[in-house]
Design a binder for this molecule. Structure first.
Ligand code: DX5
Ligand code: ZN
Length: 220
């Protein structure tokens, strides 16, 4: 299991400190939520913040673009240091072209699906993906409750991947914490995003280690 703490829940007056905590806790990726106030009702971080943080940490940064028209700024996010990028299926008109652009920029290419979007929409692009991000809350805010019906969806996606002998990773984002990470990884999730569960804990590095311990050992 790869752990990707979401810095949306970190102390926003000290993002450099959040990078240090991710490193101290043994995070695999840093999850960076981009919201545009249009595709989702909230606004978060942009390109200059990504550029600054990517210089401050050796950890790969996983950029989750919750934006309309992701093609407009994709190259800028790639240049600013994104190692993984996901675009929302619901926001992408020319998805295939976007995936090509992410790959050409040297990053891992992913598609994010809202909770109500079925995994079946991926049938003709799954083989072109490095990862699928399944939203387990409605995107826009941290600290929301996990939507358990997404576990069924995860199992169906895992089956699609295995039947076709692909190596696509499944990432889960929203409401993942100490109480459900075991179930989440048992359903076939490879990458767990955790915001509140890490940064609202009194000892974020210890929370990361605990999340890893509670995940199933067989997920890699
Ligand atoms: C929600 C974001 C998530 C969020 C997760 O729209 O995409 O990445 O930071 O936060 P928690 O883990 O608190 O639900
Ligand atoms: Zn996210």
């Amino acid at each position: 299991m790869k752990l990707a703490p979401s810095i949306l829940a970190a102390d926003l007056t000290n993002l450099a400190g959040a990078m240090d905590l991710c490193e101290a806790g043994g995070a695999d990726l840093v999850h960076f939520d981009v919201m545009d106030g249009h595709f989702v009702p909230n606004l978060t971080f942009g390109i200059p913040v990504l550029e600054a943080l990517s210089k401050r940490t050796a950890l790969p940064i996983d950029v989750h673009l919750m934006v309309s028209q992701p093609e407009r700024l994709l190259d800028a996010y790639l240049k600013a240091g994104a190692s993984w990028i996901s675009v929302h299926w619901e926001a992408a008109t020319h998805l295939d072209r976007l995936l090509e652009q992410i790959r050409a920029g040297g990053a891992q290419a992913g598609v994010a699906l809202n909770p109500a979007t079925p995994v079946d929409v991926l049938v003709d692009c799954l083989h072109r993906l490095d990862f699928v991000l399944l939203m387990s809350v409605n995107p826009g805010f941290g600290g929301q409750a996990f939507l358990p019906h997404v576990l069924d969806k995860t199992r169906r996606l895992r089956q699609m991947i295995e039947q076709r002998k692909l190596h696509v990773k499944i990432e889960m984002d929203g409401g993942v914490g100490l109480g459900n990470i075991h179930q989440v990884t048992a359903a076939g999730v490879d990458v767990c995003v955790a915001g509140s569960a890490v940064f609202r804990h009194q000892d974020p590095a210890a929370a990361m280690r605990q999340l890893r311990r509670l995940s199933t050992a067989d997920a890699s």
